[in-house]
Design a protein around this ligand. Structure first.
Ligand code: GLU
Length: 512
């Protein structure tokens, strides 16, 4: 078999969609597993949907995810391309470079090529010029729909325009498109690596536009020419492209080129089994980064969207290294993959638990810095030591970093609460006062090194005897001012002795 060459060809229409990341990841893993080449190219011929800055952001998102390319498009000052490759600066995107022997890797820099190949097809009678104006095309479409026929082009220009007329129109710069002359009654069949045999009759395919009147190629033409010239061996892409594949196969046939293998990845579905879309929440990888998901968790999650290593395999946690070894395209499912945010949260929580205290602090700090309760806190409460303590308590319950401190704002702010909250069940005023005073005595007797959760707990439990609630509830409320919080020993440990005693004093003050 030829050396495996796969590609990820996003369109710069905004952001890297989570489904795009999955396509990129599966291509990357397939290349790694087979000792092949992973190429990034950019499909920017749809000028109407082009978004400024999207090319750079797509590249950066792949860099962030650690999906290194062997060839194609890179940012100049990040993720350098393999040194052995010929490198050029992109004509259209400053700061972007292209590395490899089959470039340019950006479609807007390959326009001449597409034109040349489209004209070649016209020359060999496999494609034809179409001068029909939009109004006419709209009209035929309406008529066909009204008479319950497929809204296909009626081949007016193929049947009625003579070679002389064509030359004249071209000379006088009439706007035109180039259409593929789709053969009649041909069976187009291919073996999809995921879906098995796919078969379709060419009569159901419209004469595809290959070159648009603005001189840009359509996706179909550009995609096939690139995949051929870039020696793509496997086209791995989302299922939404499955209807395009027969058209591409017709193009390969028209050119007389070898056809690559295809694998179409299952649709991503929301938990109510509808196609995942922007309306249902975040679909941009950037949003997940912004919300404090770790790259390891996102990669792990995305890897399992439509793929699993085997029946009966219960392992859920996979590193990128591990995936590179075990990924098998044959194990990609046909059925839609449900995008379950709860699973992502769970995975992210697992990765958060594994971070060292320094890593946890480093990752969490930028998220604290965006929060008002942190910005307005005293310098002591902003210190590394203090935040590390907060995080020690929070890490077991964190799903993502945007949650840091959110449920425990009392670590950073002055607390306010009504005195009744201090009361455990129906304890009397006197018992409540005794309870808080007992806490003052217990905590007041613990010094320096002994100020540890375990030790605080032992001392409090010993003092509480069999009436734990009587001692612990008022203490917890005195320290947090909240109905729900971590345990009083954890609260005391984070706040420190001085602040804990101060909060207890304030609680006693409320009793009058
Ligand atoms: N530009 C297409 C996209 O944005 C690529 C489809 C393909 O892989 O052929 O997904």
């Amino acid at each position: 078999m030829d050396k495996v060459r796969v590609r990820f060809p996003p369109s710069p229409t905004g952001y890297l969609h989570i489904g795009g990341l999955r396509s990129a990841l599966y291509n990357y893993l397939f290349a790694k597993k087979n000792g092949g080449i992973f190429i990034l190219k950019i499909e920017d011929t749809d000028r109407k949907r082009f978004v400024e800055g999207a090319v750079e952001s797509l590249i950066s998102s792949l860099d962030w995810a650690g999906l290194d390319r062997d060839e194609g498009v890179f940012m100049k000052n990040h993720s350098p391309s393999p040194e052995s490759l010929k490198t050029t600066e992109s004509e259209n995107y400053p700061g972007v470079i292209e590395a490899g022997n089959f470039g340019p890797y950006i479609q807007s820099e390959r326009l001449d090529l597409y034109k040349k190949y489209a004209e070649e097809l016209v020359g060999s009678g496999k494609a034809y010029y179409c001068f029909c104006e939009q109004d006419r095309l709209d009209k035929i479409k309406e008529e066909k729909i009204a008479s319950k026929q497929a809204p296909m082009y009626d081949r007016y220009c193929l049947k009625n325009v003579t070679p002389e007329e064509i030359n004249e129109k071209l000379k006088s710069n009439c706007a035109y498109t180039i259409r593929l002359k789709v053969p009649n009654d041909e069976i187009i069949e291919f073996e999809d690596l995921v879906r098995g045999k796919v078969s379709i009759n060419s009569n159901t395919i419209d004469d595809q536009v290959l070159m648009k009147s603005d001189g840009f190629p359509t996706y179909h033409l550009a995609s096939v020419i690139d995949d051929h010239l870039m020696r793509t061996t496997h086209v791995i892409r989302g299922e939404e492209w499955l209807p395009s594949t027969p058209k591409h196969i017709l193009l390969y046939r028209a050119f007389g080129w070898e056809i690559p293998e295809f694998a179409h990845l299952p649709l991503l579905l929301s938990t109510d089994k509808k196609k995942l879309s922007k309306r249902m929440g975040d679909v941009a990888v950037e949003d997940y980064i912004k919300n404090g998901y770790l790259k390891e968790a996102i990669i792990n999650f995305v890897a399992l969207l439509g793929w699993h290593p085997g029946e009966g395999e219960t392992q859920e946690i996979y590193s990128l290294d591990e995936l590179e070894k075990i990924f098998d395209i044959k194990r990609v499912h046909k059925a839609g993959a449900v995008f379950d945010l709860k699973k992502l949260d769970w995975l992210n929580a697992q990765y958060i638990k594994k971070l060292s205290s320094d890593e946890l602090y480093e990752k969490a700090l930028p998220f604290f810095e965006q929060k008002d309760f942190y910005i307005n806190a005293s310098s002591e409460k902003k210190s590394e030591e203090y935040l590390k303590k907060v995080l020690t308590i929070e890490r077991e319950r964190l799903n993502n970093f945007s949650e840091v401190g959110e449920n425990n704002r009392f670590f950073f702010m002055d607390i306010e609460y009504g005195r009744e909250m201090l009361r455990w069940k129906d304890m009397s005023d006197e018992a409540l006062k005794d309870s808080l005073e007992k806490s003052v005595t217990v905590l007041g007797g613990i010094d320096g090194q002994d100020w540890q959760v375990k030790n605080i707990e032992e001392k409090l439990f010993a003092a509480a005897g069999d009436k734990k609630g009587d001692l612990l509830w008022p203490l917890r409320v005195a320290l947090s001012g909240a109905q729900k919080s971590p345990s009083p020993m954890e609260l005391a440990w984070v706040l420190g002795k001085e602040e804990s005693l101060l909060r207890l004093k304030n609680a006693l003050g409320k009793l009058g």
